[in-house]
Design a binder for this molecule. Structure first.
Ligand code: PHE
Length: 341
């Protein structure tokens, strides 16, 4: 028996001396001390041993098992250490190499300016209402006092899905939808994309507007002037002046176009303002009584002011951008210039 034990130990030692990895070692472990391993199987042979010998046989097998397990454990620790060192060697990092920095994006200039505009008006108590980009003829035109075949539609000739459904040519439908759903006092901004059949250096078929609407008792042109003066003071240099020029929109009466003194030459006249010293920034006016009435607001009690501005236009003026298309080309070099945080 002792011979058999010695044989097992010798074979194990030999196998251990040449095993090269923890994975292969685990096969050896199974072979000797696994469930049906050689040493474990010896215990199964107990039944063939004379009863009086069984306890000393059991003890011998257990001692052998302990010895064998200890030999394997020592080898295992040795191999683990070796594999760890190899891994460290292989995965060594050179901490002196320069790091890889992630390229962070930045806010698009149109969003920078849009946020500034929204902030300026929200600071004056305006709420934000966003209307749909696809809207009906009624909301885009008729409810704004532009009946079918009215010549003012030409200015905003736009993209139709059907005779009645179109991409909105301005954010003014936001006025109507707000007045239909809410009684005064109303003080809202309606930002969003708008679409027109226009395409050149200063017009894009898709651009962004922000509509403003205030309806309350006694709202007048003075309120409009005060409001827009304050807005211009926040958005441009504090010495920028505004001027109202008479204009026409079917949904406002009277209507005005608002100019600011040129931010490049401060009113002296330059190429940006085409020598006039002034730059137009938005259209505005006192809400036409027909528009109030059509949306269910009593025009004998309430009056309103409205304005609509193009975000691209304000952005181009603020940053001296001469071609609107640069705002949509997503040239990273162009966009990075606005990353001045
Ligand atoms: N909707 C007009 C446009 O797109 C702008 C405007 C809005 C004018 C509100 C007056 C009042 O040109």
């Amino acid at each position: 028996m002792q011979e058999k034990f010695n044989d097992i130990k010798n074979r194990l030692k030999e196998e251990l001396s040449s095993v090269a990895s923890v994975r292969l070692l685990s096969d050896i472990k199974v072979k000797y001390v696994g469930k049906s391993g050689e040493v474990t199987s010896l215990l199964r042979g107990m039944k063939d041993i004379a009863p009086e010998m069984r306890s000393s046989f059991g003890k011998m097998v257990n001692d052998l098992k302990e010895e064998v397990s200890a030999l394997i454990a020592v080898k295992e620790a040795e191999l683990k250490e070796k594999e760890l060192l190899e891994k460290y060697e292989k995965e060594r990092v050179d901490i002196t190499l320069p790091g890889k920095s992630e390229k962070a994006g930045n806010i698009h200039p149109l969003n920078i300016v849009k946020n500034q505009i929204l902030d300026a008006f929200c600071g004056m108590g305006f709420e934000i209402f966003e209307g749909p980009e696809i809207d009906t003829d009624y909301y885009c035109f008729q409810a704004l006092n532009i009946p079918k075949d009215h010549p003012a539609r030409d200015m905003q000739d736009t993209f139709y899905f059907t005779d009645n459904i179109l991409l909105r040519p301005h954010t003014s439908p936001g006025q109507v939808r707000t007045m239909e759903s809410k009684q005064p006092p109303i003080k809202i901004l309606s930002p969003g994309r708008v679409y027109r059949a226009d395409d050149d250096a200063s017009h894009s078929p898709m651009f962004h507007q922000i509509e403003g609407l205030v309806v309350d008792k006694g709202v007048s042109l003075c309120d409009l002037k005060g409001l827009l003066d304050e807005f211009v003071r926040i958005m441009f240099d504090s010495d920028t002046k505004t001027r109202f020029r008479p204009s026409f929109f079917p949904f406002t009466e009277p209507s005005v176009e608002v100019d600011v003194t040129c931010c490049k030459c401060h009113g002296k006249g330059c190429s940006l303002c085409k020598g006039t010293g002034w730059i137009e920034i938005l259209g505005a006016g006192i809400v036409n009584k027909n528009v109030l009435e059509m949306s269910g607001i009593d025009s004998n009690v309430y009056s309103g002011l409205a304005f609509g501005l193009g975000i691209e236009r304000i952005t181009m003026i603020k940053y001296g951008i001469s071609d609107i298309r640069t705002l949509f080309e997503n040239n990273v070099k162009f966009l990075k210039q606005f990353n001045r945080r």
